[in-house]
Each structure stands twice: as structure tokens, then as C-alpha cells.
Design a protein around this ligand. Structure first.
Ligand code: UFG
Length: 330
């Protein structure tokens, strides 16, 4: 079986579908702090998915799961991921993300499970020295979230040297969209991300979308990011497991589209998808936002055979369908 930590969360749950489609049996390990039991229930209608509620910070919770199931590989998503919160509450990020992963790695070694695919982030690079960013770019995170993930990458390398535990680190850029059949999607109780925030201004009366600054050194003055579709991203995890099975080698890959889109451009695509004017205002810059981030993903293309297939329009459309469904369910 494949163990997917954080499988009740946004990216984890889309990855579960990908592994179901590839014929795997899955154990989801999630504490449901930010993930949702409704998502797990939906996934259980699609394939052989068992759910174990537990916390990475409790080694005993992990021990129970590894004793109960025959785990062949781990896909590790479970983490806190709010950049702003990580600045005000760093211990929460180091304790949960970094220390929690240490428990996971120790339990893997104990049970002789030697393959892990890790959800890393472009936030490990920090302020870009050049774009597009490739895997050789220096890693100098500018917030505890990015640092907590960088520690994990380093720990994984050390666990390979010491115990032969092989890891693939996938450094994602900005993840967007939802399941194209609208069964699951992005569902954060505190929403900070661009596309859901724009779409909420369409559905919820009185909400105005706020652009955080239009005085950046970019062609239209708004920040540029690389929006990778969540279903495309999910596929990268499956390819990473295939790669580990075949090559048995640790490695790291950027997962992005190699296209930079500005906040203004994303906003315009959203207006096109919903086919109406969306209320918008420009406000102050948000602290800690670099002007331009986009990926060089050549390595994932050539080594993993991973290519993004969906466009920004596809991502916004699936995200909108999902937001509409959640709105109607209220
Ligand atoms: N933005 C707005 N208004 C909003 C929300 C976002 O203008 O209401 C802007 C931001 O300022 C930024 C861009 O939209 O320029 C994208 O912001 P997101 O919050 O959607 O994404 P981030 O780029 O901040 O964060 C993402 C991931 C993080 C990861 C980070 C790495 O969500 O987990 O990329 O840079 F750490």
C-alpha cells in the first residue's frame, strides 16, 4: 500500500485520486486539522482507501499505521503551509513540519520502508537571484515555512546517506485548480490564495478582491507566479514513485509550468471564466512577496517525463466549478 500523509488536504487528496487511478491501495494518514473528513469519504467511494486519523508529532500514531499495513512507499504532504502564520508562529512550523517529518522518517527506517516522495516548495529558494528558477538555485528561505521544508530536504539527504532511505523532493510552484470532475478541490478554512480569493469575490456579496500591490518591477506592476494545475502536479508524484521503483535514487525536481502569469493576468482569466466583472481594488503590497517567481522544470520533463497539460484557464475553470459547488452546498 501507499501511505499518503495529508491525504485529506488539497494537494494530497488530488494525489490520492491519481494513485487510485494507477491501481494502488492507499492509506491516508491525516489529523484533520486542515484536511476534511468529507474529502476522505469522497475518496473512499473511488477506490481502496483506508483512513487513519493521527498526528505526525506523535510517533506512536505513526507506529500504529506502519505496524498495521504493508507500506511500500510514502507520499508526504502533511504540513502547515501558511507563509504569514509561519512568520508569527515559527515554532508551530518547525515542530509540526520538521520535527513531525523526523518522526515519520524514523518510523520508516524502523519498518524498512525506503521510498518517500516529499511535498517541498519553491519557498525553499527565497528571494530569486535569477528566473526561471532551476534546482541549482541557492536555497535561502525568507520565512520559517520555507525553512521548515528546507530542513526536511536536508534530513532526507542525511537519511539516505545513513540508512539508504531514498527520497524525491518535488518543489512546487503555485498550485491551482480542482478535480476536473468537481469531486474535490481547494478547501482552506483560512483562504489566502489568489485564485480562490478572486472567485470568492464573484460568489459572496460584498467581497472585493484585493490586489496586493501594483508597483512591482513587472510589466503590469503586479507579482508574477507560476500556476501549476493540481491534477498535473498530482501526476508528478506518481511519476516520482515510478522513478524510485526503477532507479532507486534520491533526487529533487521543480514542478511548475515555466510560465509566469501576473496577478492582473490571473484576474483577467477569472473574469473571462465567470463572464462578468469582478469587484477589485489595489491595496498595499503584502509583506514577503517576491516580484517574480517561475520555474525551470526541464529536469522534471527530461528525467521524470512530467509535462504540465492544463492551462491557467483550465485551472481557473475547475476552481470556479468547485467554488460554485461549495457555495450551493452552504
Ligand atoms: N495575491 C493578491 N491578493 C490575494 C491573494 C494573493 O494579490 O487576495 C497575490 C499575492 O500577493 C501574490 C500572488 O497573488 O503575488 C500569489 O499569492 P498566493 O497567496 O496565491 O501564493 P504565494 O505565491 O504567496 O504562495 C505560494 C504557496 C506557498 C508557497 C509560496 C512560495 O501558496 O505555499 O507560493 O512562494 F510557499
Amino acid at each position: 500500500m501507499i501511505l499518503i500523509t495529508g491525504g485529506a488536504g488539497y494537494i494530497g487528496s488530488h494525489t490520492v485520486i491519481n494513485f487510485i487511478n494507477a491501481g494502488y491501495d492507499i492509506v491516508i494518514f491525516d489529523n484533520l486539522e486542515t484536511g476534511h473528513i468529507e474529502t476522505v469519504k469522497t475518496l473512499q467511494t473511488l477506490g481502496n482507501v483506508v483512513f487513519e486519523q493521527g498526528n505526525l508529532r506523535n510517533a506512536e500514531d505513526l507506529e500504529k499505521v506502519f505496524s498495521k499495513y504493508e507500506i511500500e512507499a510514502v507520499i508526504h504532504f502533511a504540513a502547515y503551509s501558511l507563509v504569514g502564520e509561519s512568520v508569527s508562529s515559527p515554532a508551530k512550523y518547525y515542530r509540526n513540519n520538521s520535527f513531525g517529518t523526523l518522526n515519520l522518517l524514523d518510523t520508516m527506517v524502523k519498518h524498512n520502508v525506503k521510498k518517500i516522495v516529499f511535498s517541498s516548495t519553491c519557498a525553499t529558494y527565497g528571494e530569486p537571484e535569477y528566473t526561471p528558477i532551476d534546482e541549482k538555485h541557492a536555497q535561502n528561505p525568507i520565512n520559517p515555512y520555507g525553512m521548515s521544508k528546507l530542513f526536511i530536504e536536508k534530513m532526507m539527504n542525511d537519511y539516505d546517506n545513513a540508512y539508504g532511505l531514498k527520497s524525491i523532493k518535488l518543489r512546487y510552484f503555485n498550485v491551482a485548480g480542482a478535480d476536473s470532475e468537481c469531486r474535490i478541490g481547494e478547501w482552506h478554512d483560512v483562504e489566502t490564495h489568489l485564485i480562490p480569493n478572486i472567485l470568492k469575490s464573484v460568489l459572496y456579496k460584498g467581497q472585493t478582491f484585493k490586489i496586493f500591490g501594483n508597483d512591482y518591477p513587472t510589466p503590469d506592476g503586479t507579482c508574477i507566479r507560476d500556476y501549476v494545475n493540481v491534477e498535473d502536479l498530482a501526476k508528478a508524484h506518481w511519476l516520482a514513485v515510478e522513478y524510485l521503483n526503477k532507479e532507486n535514487k534520491s533526487d529533487v525536481f521543480n514542478i511548475g509550468t515555466e510560465t509566469g502569469d501576473s496577478v492582473q493576468k490571473v484576474f483577467e482569466v477569472c473574469e473571462k471564466v465567470v463572464n462578468k466583472k469582478i469587484p477589485v481594488e489595489v491595496v498595499e503590497r503584502r509583506a514577503g512577496d517576491p516580484a517574480i517567481l517561475y520555474a525551470n522544470s526541464t529536469k522534471a520533463n527530461s528525467v521524470l517525463g512530467w509535462y504540465p497539460e492544463k492551462t491557467l484557464y483550465d485551472s481557473v475553470l475547475s476552481a470556479y466549478n468547485w467554488e460554485c459547488k461549495r457555495f450551493e452546498d452552504k
